[in-house]
Design a protein around this ligand. Structure first.
Ligand SMILES: [Zn+2]
Length: 296
């Protein structure tokens, strides 16, 4: 879904169950139909009437006789909701920069709150970065941490109780982002996250928080900016700042507090993933198809 994809386009393209099935079939099996059980390629298509009296499009594998539908084994599996609603929900979630709450989905899709919550939750699970996550960031990377939720305005130390620390790394050239909710912001915790996500030799831009001091004698190049003096510093290592990741915090906080009002510690990792996924795929021609692809 690029910037030009409008709600009208989506409704026009996916206004019947048949159109959704045909599209999803192409995403699941781009070359030819494959049996999910035995990987056989001799597949018969047929229609059958389900328990609810509705006609269903099914497949049967000629080799192992397994019968399945296009949604078998996907996030839509076992759902009685039509794909037209699912597709629209995915569009709404992908196209909104700040995400969509279950309450908003409930209103826009005319479902119950429970159904809307369930759909949003399932879609969020599909919005996970895949293989990309194995490769480490390199070049100049900005690192910063913040606190989400809880009471009080304090950031580090006092006032931070009940708040959940979140760390983020942004690779400057690609603009890609990784975020994680952590138990604390001790040097050992930040070290683990940085080492898991950034290649040695990369230049890490941070503020002067003491938990980043270890970087000075590490496998990384470390450049700091003192936020009480300036937000952008120029030296031999180039332009030093953490503005990219600071912008992420402000966008994320507006999303969390503006859209979801409150997020529990249990679901924060899922929201972080959804946010990072949308952020990292914002220029993708077709984010909706990408989500459909990871839903299998
Ligand atoms: Zn089979």
């Amino acid at each position: 879904m690029n910037k030009q994809t409008s709600l009208f386009d989506v409704i026009d393209k996916f206004n019947t169950e048949e159109k959704c099935i045909a599209h999803f079939e192409k995403i699941r099996w781009p070359k030819e139909l494959i049996c999910p059980r035995c990987e056989g390629k001799r597949i018969m298509k047929f229609k059958a009437t389900g328990k609810t009296g509705k006609e269903r499009s099914l497949y049967e594998c000629v080799d192992c006789h397994y019968q399945y539908s296009v949604t078998t084994g996907t996030i839509f599996h076992d759902s009685h909701l039509p794909l037209t609603k699912w597709f629209l929900a995915i569009y709404l979630i992908c196209s909104s920069k700040k995400g969509v709450s279950a309450k908003q989905l409930q209103r826009q899709l005319s479902t119950s709150y429970e159904t809307a919550w369930y759909m949003a939750h399932r879609i969020r699970i599909a919005m996970q970065e895949d293989d990309d996550f194995c490769h480490k960031f390199s070049g100049i990377c900005e690192v910063d941490e913040t606190y989400i939720g809880g009471k009080g305005k304090g950031r580090r130390g006092r006032g931070a109780s009940n708040k959940i620390p979140v760390i983020a790394i942004k690779e400057r050239t690609s603009g890609k982002l990784r975020m994680k909710a952590v138990n604390n912001v001790k040097a050992s915790t930040l070290k683990q996250f940085i080492r898991d996500n950034v290649a040695p030799g990369s230049n890490l831009n941070t503020d002067e928080f003491t938990s980043y001091l270890w970087l000075d004698s590490s496998e990384f190049v470390h450049s700091t900016v003192n936020h009480s003096e300036t937000y952008v510093k120029y030296d031999n290592d180039g332009v030093i700042h953490t503005n990219g990741v600071e912008n992420v915090w402000s966008l994320f906080k507006r999303a969390i507090y503006g859209t979801f009002h409150k997020v529990s510690a249990k679901y924060l990792p899922l929201y972080l993933n959804e946010f990072a996924y949308r952020f990292n795929n914002r220029d993708q021609f077709n984010m909706m198809d990408r989500v459909l692809g990871t839903s299998c």
